[in-house]
Design a protein around this ligand. Structure first.
Ligand SMILES: *[C@@H]1O[C@H](CO)[C@@H](O)[C@H](O)[C@H]1NC(C)=O
Ligand SMILES: *[C@@H]1O[C@H](CO)[C@@H](O)[C@H](O)[C@H]1NC(C)=O
Ligand SMILES: *[C@@H]1O[C@H](CO)[C@@H](O)[C@H](O)[C@H]1NC(C)=O
Ligand SMILES: *[C@@H]1O[C@H](CO)[C@@H](O)[C@H](O)[C@H]1NC(C)=O
Length: 421
């Protein structure tokens, strides 16, 4: 069986490791990971929530231990990590896995699924001198793990990402200049409100001496630089600190921004997979960064898609059916968390007057990991209970009303995943 995973980010690498381990005795499995760029990008921070830890325990327990040692433990039980540490850890394990081959500077340009025995995938490799080598290979399966602007998503004709109209800059500093060394005294980090967004500082000193990362967001698309994004910071010490961090960063970090986007899930368009093609991670369900759950859902996908494929290999079930089963298993959970994170992100960015606090049963469900119940509990937010008790018939699926007026628990968890490439 030949499997092509498009995207060498966290979702793609985690799935490669997971599947390779699950089929280790089966010498007939060949896994190719195709990455459009190389592995030089460093991202910013990554949130490894409790559910992601459950999934990673299944995928690669030794990596989970390594990451716990370098991560910063948050009050939610999650860990805040430098994004590249998670990527490099997965990459190292993927390189050691049997039957996994990783191709860099290679993108997928077409995939033809005639509904027969295999799918024809055309790959384009661009070498350092600019020459392009085009190859067409027969594959049994194509997995789009290529992020929110997924090329596989567009190959299957699934709707593109939706902009959340938020610009985002990220940076990481290994050595702080002496006048900024007081950043290391901030426990864990800090979220500073600006007029149009947030400036987040993440202090990793307890595990990686001197390492600090930052993220700047702005909902004002006219803001052109991260310096302009600091407009509206009230405390002058905070402002000096944020400016200092930007000045100490590289020009590339100050200039490069992404516009945050989501991939919403709805019944009409479904998950997006088709035939021998499916999607995982951000390519299937990109969240607004709120409680740091995006990467953890990708790890859950890796575990469950592995199970679906190994189950298919042991049975007569067609591969298409196995992929559709995986997608339907994931749909409600991912959709629920997506909508929840959108509400929390909107309230966190100051555009809504109120905020949402999870009920203990909803929190338990989110953090349960790949084997969580298929359906979420009835009450997601504190306040739902009263509405139900009053006969307010709060329906989860349609309820977009603000249900609770409590402040969000910990401000650091708010954007612990304004992360990744
Ligand atoms: C998978 O890896 C094993 C061990 O390295 C090797 O013997 C086998 O030929 C590989 N199978 C394929 C299909 O590449
Ligand atoms: C990949 O592309 C980059 C940028 O063009 C180049 O610097 C690098 O050498 C390439 N890597 C390989 C293995 O060709
Ligand atoms: C093009 O790529 C294929 C598959 O990776 C490889 O077998 C072939 O040698 C390459 N051709 C050239 C001209 O580099
Ligand atoms: C930062 O880490 C270094 C090395 O572990 C330690 O010596 C120093 O005290 C730490 N600084 C702060 C402010 O915690």
């Amino acid at each position: 069986m030949k499997i092509c995973i498009v995207g060498g980010g966290l979702a793609g690498l985690a799935f490669a490791v997971s599947l390779s381990k699950a089929v280790a005795e089966d010498r007939d499995v060949e896994i190719s990971v195709v990455e459009q760029r190389d592995f030089s990008s460093r991202g910013a921070t990554f949130g490894l929530a409790l559910n992601g830890q459950v999934a990673l325990q299944d995928i690669c327990p030794s990596l989970l231990e390594e990451l716990k040692n370098i991560g910063i433990l948050l009050p939610t039980g999650g860990y805040m990590l430098p994004w590249y540490c998670v990527r490099d850890g997965l990459l190292e394990h993927a390189r050691r896995c049997q039957n996994v081959t990783i191709f860099t500077n290679t993108s997928v340009v077409s995939a033809t699924d005639k509904g027969v025995d295999d799918i024809l995938v055309t790959l384009e490799e661009t070498s350092a001198d600019g020459t392009v080598n085009t190859t067409t290979v027969k594959m049994d399966l194509l997995i789009g793990a290529d992020g929110v602007h997924s090329s596989v998503r567009s190959l299957v004709g699934a709707p593109p990402a939706v902009s959340s109209h938020t610009k985002c800059w990220r940076g990481a500093l290994n050595d702080l200049p002496p006048h900024l060394s007081h950043v290391l005294d901030i426990p864990t980090g800090k979220m500073i409100k600006t007029e149009s967004g947030l400036f987040g500082i993440f202090n990793f000193n307890t595990s990686m001496a001197g390492f600090v990362s930052w993220v700047a967001t702005s909902k004002n698309l006219d803001v052109m630089t991260p310096f302009e994004a600091l407009e509206g910071i009230e405390d002058s010490n905070d402002l000096t600190l944020a400016q200092g961090l930007l000045e100490a960063s590289t020009q590339q970090e100050r200039e490069f921004f992404t516009t945050l986007s989501t991939i919403p899930l709805n019944m009409e368009t479904g998950w997006g997979g088709k035939g021998r093609i499916t999607l995982i991670g951000d390519a299937a369900h990109a969240l607004r960064p709120a409680s740091g759950l995006g990467g953890s859902l990708a790890f859950e996908d890796a575990v469950l898609l592995t199970r679906a494929i190994t189950k298919h290999m042991d049975s007569d079930e067609s591969i298409d059916a196995a992929l559709r089963e995986f997608e339907s298993l994931r749909f409600v959970r991912c959709q629920t968390i997506l909508e929840d994170q959108t509400r929390i992100a909107e309230s966190g960015y100051g555009t809504a007057a109120k905020s949402f606090k999870w009920t203990p049963e909803y929190e338990k469900w989110v953090f349960a990991g790949p084997d969580a119940d298929l359906k979420p509990p009835l009450n997601m937010y504190v306040g739902d209970e009263e509405n139900v008790a009053e006969g307010g018939a709060v329906k989860r699926e349609t309820n977009h009303r603000v249900l609770a007026a409590r402040p969000t628990s910990s401000s650091i968890s708010l954007s612990s995943s304004l992360s990744s490439s």
